[in-house]
Design a protein around this ligand. Structure first.
Ligand code: GLN
Ligand code: ZN
Length: 755
């Protein structure tokens, strides 16, 4: 049985890529050095894959920053503000689009389907003239040939997905035709170079498309194929089953790459019912490219056999690019062996492909070892905690409801807090200076004792409680100085989590994240945030919000075990947070914010799956927050603006106050409230924290007033649009000063109108 990879992590096992890029951006190295460094990483990645005996090795899956930007830049799709930078767009233009310049803001960045990877949104306008200016696919194919890889498979994002993810595309079908012609040229060159296959990624096919849209895609590939008798086209999708298989299967391509892991049962069912076209190759994504667990080879083998019964020509591969997993488990020397042996990062997944292929051929040694590792993991300490299982099983409807409805709580809270109209607050984190980071590092390296570190954090908290009082902010925060990452902080304190040392995955550009691993039942051990919150509250008579990360965000930003349902895991997290909230309340914390910034990104690609996901998100949140007294005010925060589609679920969280990031698209969000009535407390960020710029009082007043055209002043809160962790202190204090003034200004004018 043949094996393929469809994309390899670009960051390097030690994040060499990040280091090379950042040194270049800081002007510490030249363009030549950067190019050499990236070439070395590419070659090393290819050589590693060569050793895995793959039949198909992807090329051109590397990037300078992001593969969508690579495509746009190579096709001369440059935002207007950067067009005059260079005659032919070179690296200066490329990085200007990605990172902005003093004169031009960077292009928007957004999440890649339902992952935590962010791509740069291509921008079209009526003067955009697509043309092939860099044939990076041909270059990559030839580069691989030089080291003896003759059958490299160039990977390119397909024109339909590319255009669908772009903005400013006015005449879609004209633009599609324009791109089609360019793609045909790219492919013709590849044909000349000697490529046998090209992989065209159209993950848009995994979303809910109409039959017309899928028909257009099928025709697009018929047209392309008609010009390329020699070259084999592989139409690749991932992240879910393909929409309208019965249409797309008739397209004239030579092979289909399908995901049999995510919604894989649906995919298999469709294929069984509707058949696989004769004479074509099925590239079957049978290993999960998005998690880090070893596969149960037997189950995979059974799937492969079922597929083989449908069609003879099968190539097995990961379900998607391995971009979404870390490079190798080999570096994880600190993990206990029962856990380490149960993990498969990119390199191990490629080995698994040959284990599956051996298994299918009757050689089971590799598979047996793998099954043993999984059995050991299953028996591991903490994998199953009976008290946790019982607690989840014993949940009743009551556990998901607050004792009194919002209308009653609202009155009681009003009475208890006596807040002014349009109260001011912030989202939680305050500037984490270099000093804060250094002190934490010293403490982690044991150069600082626990006492010294805690004293430092307390001093920083106190300094900022004073600043906030001085600024006259109504509801304070402790500042989150003790946290690096909002998920890691809780993961380290809960049972069931493990942390890798080098398990990095790219999030955007040179930024990588190291998601925690949820391997066991999640359980509360001891209070996680009480000391910090209690200390901060002891310093002031104003309320200080307790600050927690919510269940669905912890789930979405972790690598999650796959032996129990995600619903069970998220309920376990909800229960653990419920316990934390109980402790906060007992210790005099009267406002508690539970952040859910990742709620939206986890939305499944298929509309018919939205409800179940949102239901889990809502229930786990309510489980965490429902046991509090009516006077305890529950806040939540989310950072995205496209929330009109899920406003019902947000309402269903039953949080007393929500703050949302909106300042970049204020108008749009505000209009969402014209259509949907929302009656709880709400803060629509009145300024953008993603830029160091201090907005004017006038701008903020405008933002508040605009919101008040659709929201009641009695429900509106004034706050920045996200946490202030990445900002410098000086600009933060200035901006908050302006914010408080703006709030006071509007407060007075509303009050005077009321009289
Ligand atoms: N409370 C967190 C903070 O202020 C929220 C972060 C987020 O929204 N991503 O940093
Ligand atoms: Zn946010």
């Amino acid at each position: 049985m043949k094996t393929a990879n469809i994309g390899y992590p670009r960051i390097g096992a030690h994040r060499e890529w990040k280091k090379a890029l950042e040194a270049f951006w800081k002007n510490e190295t030249t363009e030549e050095t950067l190019k050499d460094a990236l070439k070395n990483i590419r070659i090393e990645n290819l050589e590693k894959q060569q050793k895995k005996n793959l039949d198909f090795i992807p090329v051109a899956d590397s990037s300078w920053y992001d593969h969508i930007l690579d495509t746009a830049w190579s096709l001369n799709i440059i935002p207007e503000r950067f067009r005059s930078l260079e005659d032919t767009p070179g690296l200066d233009t490329y990085f200007a689009i990605a990172r902005g310049t003093k004169d031009g803001v960077a292009s928007e960045m957004t999440k890649w389907f339902n992952t935590n990877y962010h791509y740069i949104v291509p921008e079209f306008d009526d003067k955009t003239k697509p043309a092939l200016v860099h044939n990076r696919w041909s270059d990559a194919f030839n580069e691989a040939k030089e080291i003896g890889i003759d059958g490299g498979v160039p990977v390119i994002v397909g024109p339909y997905t590319f255009l669908s993810l772009s903005k400013g595309v006015e005449q879609f079908s004209e633009r599609l035709n324009e791109l089609k012609a360019i793609y045909i040229n790219i492919f013709k060159q590849l044909e000349k170079d000697g490529a046998a296959w090209v992989q065209v990624d159209e993950p848009i096919l995994s979303t809910s498309l109409t039959t017309e849209e899928v028909q257009t895609i099928a025709e697009l590939y018929n047209d392309i194929k008609a010009e390329l008798p020699q070259l084999n086209l592989k139409l690749q999708t991932y992240f879910s089953n393909i929409a309208h298989w019965e249409i797309i299967k008739k397209s004239n391509v030579d092979g289909f790459g399908l995901d049999f892991v995510h919604d894989g049962e649906t995919q298999l069912k469709t294929l069984t019912e509707s058949g696989f076209p004769e004479g074509k190759t099925l590239f079957a994504g049978v290993l999960n490219g998005r998690n880090i667990w070893r596969s149960d080879i037997q189950t995979v083998g059974v799937l492969v056999k079922a597929l083989n019964a449908l069609t003879p020509d099968i190539v097995i591969q990961p379900s998607c690019s391995l971009l979404h997993v870390p490079v190798t488990v080999e570096l994880e020397k600190d993990l206990p062996s029962w856990l380490r042996d149960g993990l498969a990062f990119a390199d191990e997944k490629l080995t698994e492909l040959s284990i599956v292929s051996d298994w299918a051929a009757g050689k089971t040694t590799g598979a047996d070892l793998q099954l043993k590792a999984l059995a050991t993991l299953q028996e591991a300490p903490g994998r199953q905690k009976n008290e946790v299982r019982q607690a989840v099983a014993a949940l009743t409807d009551e556990d998901f409801h607050r004792a009194s409805p919002y209308a009653e709580r609202k009155e009681k809270q009003k009475e208890a807090f006596q807040l002014p109209l349009l109260p001011t607050t912030t989202i939680g984190s305050l500037p984490q200076t270099q000093t804060v980071r250094q002190e934490r590092l010293k403490w982690r390296r044991k150069e600082k004792s626990n006492e010294e570190y805690e004293a430092f954090i307390q001093a920083e908290t106190k300094r900022w409680v004073d600043i906030q009082e001085e600024l006259d902010i109504d509801v304070l925060v402790h500042g989150e100085f003790e946290r690096t990452d909002m998920v890691e902080y809780f993961g380290e304190k809960l049972d069931g989590f493990a942390f890798t040392r080098y398990g990095w995955v790219q999030s955007y550009g040179s930024r990588c994240v190291k998601p925690p691993v949820i391997y066991g039942d999640v359980a509360f051990r001891e209070p996680m945030t009480v000391a910090e919150s209690k200390y901060a509250q002891s310093l002031t008579s104003r309320p200080v919000k307790g600050m927690l990360t919510g269940p669905i965000t912890i789930l979405n930003w972790s690598f999650v075990r796959n032996d129990v349902s995600r619903r069970d895991v998220v309920l376990q997290i909800g229960l653990a947070l419920r316990e934390e909230i109980r402790h906060l309340e007992e210790n005099g914390i009267t406002m508690i914010q539970v952040d859910e910034p990742a709620l939206r990104e986890g939305l499944p690609l298929k509309k018919n799956l939205h409800e179940a996901y949102l239901n889990d998100a809502v229930e786990s949140f309510r489980l965490a927050t429902s046991a509090v007294k009516p006077t305890t005010q529950i806040h939540t925060h989310m950072c995205y603006s496209e929330f009109d589609k899920i406003i019902k679920s947000i309402d269903a969280l039953d949080a007393d106050v929500i703050s949302i990031e909106t300042s970049r698209s204020h108008g749009e969000l505000v209009s969402a409230f014209e259509d949907d009535h929302y009656d709880k407390g709400i803060g629509l960020g009145v300024y953008d924290i993603h830029s160091p710029r201090v907005p004017t009082q006038e701008e903020m007043v405008q933002n508040i007033k605009r919101a008040l055209t659709v929201l009641d002043p009695e429900q509106f809160w004034v706050n920045p649009d996200c946490g202030l962790k990445t900002r410098a202190e000086k600009e933060t204090v200035e901006a908050l000063k302006v914010m408080v003034k703006a709030a006071h200004d509007v407060r007075e004018s509303v009050l005077s109108k009321q009289q």
